[in-house]
Design a protein around this ligand. Structure first.
Ligand code: SAM
Length: 274
């Protein structure tokens, strides 16, 4: 067993396939004085599988100031690992405040990277991967969800969301309305037996998952505004819908925002359709 310097070690764990644990993660989990984790049963199972016996300290979303202080105090004098139930800690998981405080206090922080569902989904989706914006979970309420999507509509990057199976249909409906015409990928059960990644319009994917209710864990990736799958007919349909209640310039602006198509070209077409 190697001896590790005192500090906080952010250690990624698998997102489904246990084979995705890294050699460095195993070595670190063996060598620290304690492992801070969200759920001691989940991490206990992983460590058992790895043949690692460790002291587990609970550190979840509800960790209060005292829990932060306790962990920081430990990490100042010995090596402490931070893991979450799955994947990279801090990515839609606890730890941000802890890491920030550790850095402020001069407690050493080290990262032992590994599996992350967001990055894996971007790679698998075939959607533009040069720029992507990870937006975590969409809000569960429809109005708030649509507000977030509208806020992100102009971002020139692929958008990445974590989703749950029961909410996928509502999320795709909102994406279809607010980000009309864009290509969408639904990446499900990544690294597991039933891994799948389907792409298409939000409407087509919503129809598929209405007929085949999804199970398991899901990442949704939406193509950037410029990467529209909107055809000329789609653009005409969107323009007609907008023209029912808006002036041609407003209709063109709305459809340009949603599809990434050129606003001037859409304005000329809106005048023809009016
Ligand atoms: N920290 C994790 C990571 O690095 O990906 C994410 C934790 S977050 C609480 C859990 C969400 O991540 C799930 O609801 C799902 O959206 C996504 N996720 C985690 N594992 C996944 C998998 N194997 N396949 C697809 N999505 C996954």
């Amino acid at each position: 067993m190697t001896t590790l310097e005192p500090g906080l070690y952010i250690v990624a764990t698998p997102i489904g396939n246990l084979g995705d644990i890294t050699l460095r993660a195993i070595e670190t989990l063996k060598s620290v004085a304690a492992v801070a984790c969200e759920d001691t049963r989940v991490t206990g199972k992983l460590l058992h599988h790895l043949g690692v016996k460790q002291k587990l300290v609970r550190f979840d979303d509800h960790a209060d100031a005292a829990a932060h202080e306790r962990l920081l105090g430990m990490a100042a004098v010995e090596a402490v690992a931070l893991v979450s139930d799955a994947g990279m800690p801090l990515i839609s998981d606890p730890g941000y405040r802890l890491v920030r405080l550790a850095r402020e206090r001069g407690v050493a922080v080290t990262v032992v990277p590994g599996a992350c569902a967001a990055v894996s989904a971007v790679a698998l989706s075939g959607l533009p991967s040069d720029r992507f914006l990870f937006a975590g979970f969409l809000p569960p309420k429809d109005k708030a969800r649509r507000d977030v999507l509208a806020e992100l509509a102009g971002v020139p990057a692929s958008l990445v969301f974590y989703e749950t199976a029961p909410r996928l249909g509502d999320a795709l409906a909102a994406i279809g309305d607010v980000l009309a015409g864009r290509e969408v990928a639904v990446a499900r059960e990544l690294t597991k037996l039933h891994e799948e990644c389907r792409t298409g319009t939000a409407e087509a994917l919503a129809a598929h998952y209405a007929a085949h209710p999804p199970r398991g864990e899901i990442v949704v990736v939406v193509a950037p505004p410029g990467e529209t799958v909107a055809s000329a007919e789609d653009a005409d349909a969107l323009l007609r819908a907008e023209l029912a209640h808006a002036k041609p310039s407003q209709a063109a602006a709305a459809v340009a925002r949603a599809t990434g198509l050129d606003r001037k070209m859409l304005y000329a077409r809106a005048l023809e359709l009016k």
